[in-house]
Design a protein around this ligand. Structure first.
Ligand code: BGC
Length: 740
């Protein structure tokens, strides 16, 4: 492993020569124990890794059992799902992605690592970099949305944040080993149903699902977790071609691959292993290095016999990888943490950082000009809805002790708008039918100058095993929107949720809709600041919002065109012609790719997001309209001019797309190739420079079994509110195989 000093490498060799077969098997598993006694017993027995026992003192006790009482004194990896914060909770990863700002992802990870490591955790099962284009999948909350480039950048930034100190020292003080998960294609589960299989072409896999993992390996991720799904029929925990073939052989991954919880024993119900012993053999043979959950590697009889030379070599390799990670983390020198320095509550500095980060994540979906609200002195405002007085802002995957906001939105709004008179009502339950509350709302609303609807998809409806088939707001919340909007009072909606929702039934009714996601410990203050205008919304959607669940997952921006692209969809009409008589000329009228009962495209596409100040993308320029291959080697320089025509400074996430209109295979209608979050001072025009490389213009060829860069014309475009700025160039290149 490249992280090790000569001395550490020698220590590794020495340990490997001392460990027995059973001891090696014991090192390559991580288990969860419910009591401290059990943890200490397992540590004494030489287990390789445990889930965090809950605080610094317990963790030290467990490490002591491993270091001082086990046969070889090997310290433990102590793992935990530190996903978007430990004590201080940051926005869910999907919300972080809306910032298009990898630096905030790095800071979130850096801070979470410091808090978690102070309690003895040294390994986090994060980041989740599963691209997903299906909002039914509850785990979209944990990832960075539909785009591979964005997911790769955010994931790599988090890995650096977990693994490097503020000064960039890998595995220095207050760092954790990261785990890029879940390898691979888990986000493509059929029907958006968690744990379901995925089936796809090699080009889809190579272009969409693998790139974030490659970026994670390049960013130095210490570990990778295998996913629960099958891919083209092969469960990932037994997928040799991908675990061993792609991850280790092709990409040179030197860390270790851990299974997901019980993922090895799940090979039995998958129907590819006869029993647990066979499951263990299959997975370790495929390249898995550590099993999570159930003692399979150490307790399976056939493995213990050590009779298969290939398996023996694999166990050796797995054990070396696990020990090398412990050495690189410095656990042999520093197995303990100072108990009096454990972060138990978020510090004011961490909360301030969480707030700054959360400010970048909300996405303004619609606004007729009502937002920002301003002071509204003397006005009567009704804050109504199940999220008005809730403190459920943390989102999926937080530990029980993760800091909930100190106050609710009602309190935050009153502080942000002290001159307004703000009353609060529940309006309805977030889940159950609530006719009395709705009636109360109906009576109350007409008395107010303004209604703010605080609506929610509760955190526990998002995350793992929380797929939903109906993506509307749960309970009576849609009815509450209708009641409020029928009252004649101006209405602003705030959504707190963990995935794109189906809000098409009512989106046109309110005056403005703010997508606030689950923003973490400082959610209420940030929402109040955006509503009042103290902070401007700058987020852009990392994942499209559907018009209907029936469209999913085919609403992502990088879809291919069909041979029959539609120009309109929509209302169901009886056929007015007989194709048999009128023939193929009618293709553009009827035989086009659309739903007859739905408008074309998503309700809000990837990248959508309004601000409070007008931003225009004026032009995209290249040095030349003809680009040579060698220019790509250095990165093609693209200059984008952006103008802020308003009177306040703006932060803007600039997105640059490419389209290859003519190639030997059908290419996406647009693919994100670069993004940058830029500061544009009021009334100024700035020029931003980004670079795009050969890989951005290449595609994976099934025929060639590799990336191909074809010459020809390309289009670049960047979206502005008044349409995209576009430029074209020709790539002068022979068809050639590229190492993309
Ligand atoms: C999840 C993983 C998680 C693991 C350990 C599994 O159920 O799929 O993402 O890291 O549990 O908690």
């Amino acid at each position: 492993m490249k992280d090790l000093s000569a001395q550490q490498a020698a220590r590794l060799d020495e340990l490997m020569s001392q460990l027995t077969w059973a001891e090696k098997l014991n090192q390559i598993q991580v288990t969860y124990k419910t009591s401290l006694d059990e943890c200490e017993d397992a540590a004494r027995g030489g287990i390789g890794a445990l889930f965090w026992p809950g605080d610094a003192a317990s963790t030290n006790a467990v490490q002591r059992a491993a270091v001082e009482e086990s046969a070889h004194g090997i310290p433990l990896l102590i793992g935990l799902d530190v996903i978007h914060g430990q004590r201080t909770i940051f926005p869910i990863p999907l919300a972080l992605a809306a910032s298009f700002d990898p630096e905030i992802a790095r800071l979130c990870a850096r801070t979470s690592a410091a808090e978690a490591r102070s309690g003895g955790v040294n390994w986090t099962y994060s980041p989740m970099i599963d691209v997903s284009r299906d909002a039914r999948w509850g785990r979209v909350a944990e990832g960075f949305g539909e785009d591979p480039l964005l997911s790769a950048a955010m994931g790599a930034a988090m890995i650096r944040g977990y693994q490097e100190t503020a000064e960039g020292r890998r595995f220095g003080e207050g760092t954790l080993a990261a785990c890029a998960k879940h390898f691979v294609a888990y986000g493509a589960c059929e029907g958006g149903r968690d744990y379901n299989g995925a089936d796809m072409s090699a080009s889809r896999l190579r272009e969409v699902y693998l790139p974030p993992f490659r970026a994670a390996v390049e960013a130095g991720a210490a570990t990778v977790m295998a996913s629960f799904n099958t891919l083209n029929g092969v469960p990932m925990h037994a997928n040799r071609a991908l675990l061993d073939g792609v991850l280790k052989e092709e990409w040179g991954f030197q860390g270790f691959i851990v299974g997901d919880a019980s993922g090895v024993e799940n090979l039995v119900p998958h129907g590819v292993a006869r029993d647990l012993a066979e499951a263990a053999r299959l997975s370790i043979g495929a390249g898995l290095d550590m099993e999570m959950g159930g003692h399979l590697y150490s307790e399976s009889g056939p493995l213990l016999e050590a009779d298969d030379p290939a398996l023996v070599a694999r166990v050796d390799d797995a054990c070396r990888r696990v020990l090398a990670t412990k050495l690189a983390l410095g656990l042999f020198e520093n197995p303990y943490v100072p108990e009096n320095e454990e972060h138990l509550v978020p510090s004011p500095e961490h909360l301030a950082l969480a707030r700054k980060i959360a400010e970048r994540c909300p996405v303004l979906l619609t606004n007729d000009g009502i937002l920002p609200l301003g002071p509204r002195a003397g006005e009567r405002i009704l804050l109504i809805g199940p999220a008005a007085a809730t403190r459920d802002h943390l989102g999926a995957w937080v530990q029980r002790f993760g800091a909930e906001p100190e106050h609710d939105l009602a309190h935050a709004l009153r502080s942000a708008m002290p001159e307004a008179r703000i009353d609060v009502l529940d309006g309805c339950s977030p889940i159950d039918p609530s006719p009395e509350l709705l009636e109360e709302a109906r009576q109350a609303i007409p008395d107010y100058d303004l209604v703010i609807l605080a609506l929610t998809e509760p955190s526990d409806l998002t995350g793992e095993a929380s797929s939903r088939a109906d993506l509307r707001l749960p309970g009576d919340q849609e009815e509450l929107v209708r009641i409020a909007c029928a009252s004649g009072a101006p209405v602003v909606v705030v959504l707190m949720n963990g995935r794109p929702l189906d809000i098409s039934a009512w989106i046109d009714l309110p005056n403005a809709v703010l997508e606030a996601w689950h923003l973490g410990s400082t959610g209420p203050e940030v929402i109040a600041d955006i509503l009042s205008g103290a902070v401007a919304p700058t987020g852009r959607l990392p994942m499209a919002f559907p018009r209907s669940v029936g469209q999913l997952p085919a609403i992502h921006h990088a879809h291919e065109n069909t041979g029959r692209p539609a120009t309109r969809g929509g209302s169901i009409q009886p056929k007015t012609f007989d194709v048999g008589l009128e023939g193929p000329a009618n293709i553009q009228e009827f035989f086009t790719s659309k739903y007859r009962d739905l408008e074309l495209g998503p309700l809000f596409e990837f990248g959508h997001g309004l601000g409070y100040s007008p931003i225009e993308v004026r032009s995209i320029e290249l040095d030349s309209a003809t680009v040579s291959r060698s220019a790509l080697d250095e990165g093609l320089r693209v200059r984008i001019r952006v103008e802020n025509t308003g009177s306040t400074d703006v932060e803007h996430a600039l997105l640059l797309y490419v389209r290859d209109p003519l190639a030997s295979v059908a290419r996406p209608v647009k693919s994100l190739v670069a993004f940058d979050r830029v500061h544009v001072p009021a009334g100024t025009l700035i020029q931003v420079e980004v670079r795009i490389d050969a890989a951005s213009l290449s595609f994976w060829s099934e025929l060639e079994g590799g990336p191909v860069l074809e010459g020809g014309d390309f289009e670049l475009h960047a979206d502005g509110p008044n349409g995209p700025a576009i430029t074209r160039f020709s790539l002068v290149a022979d068809d050639s195989k590229e190492d993309a």
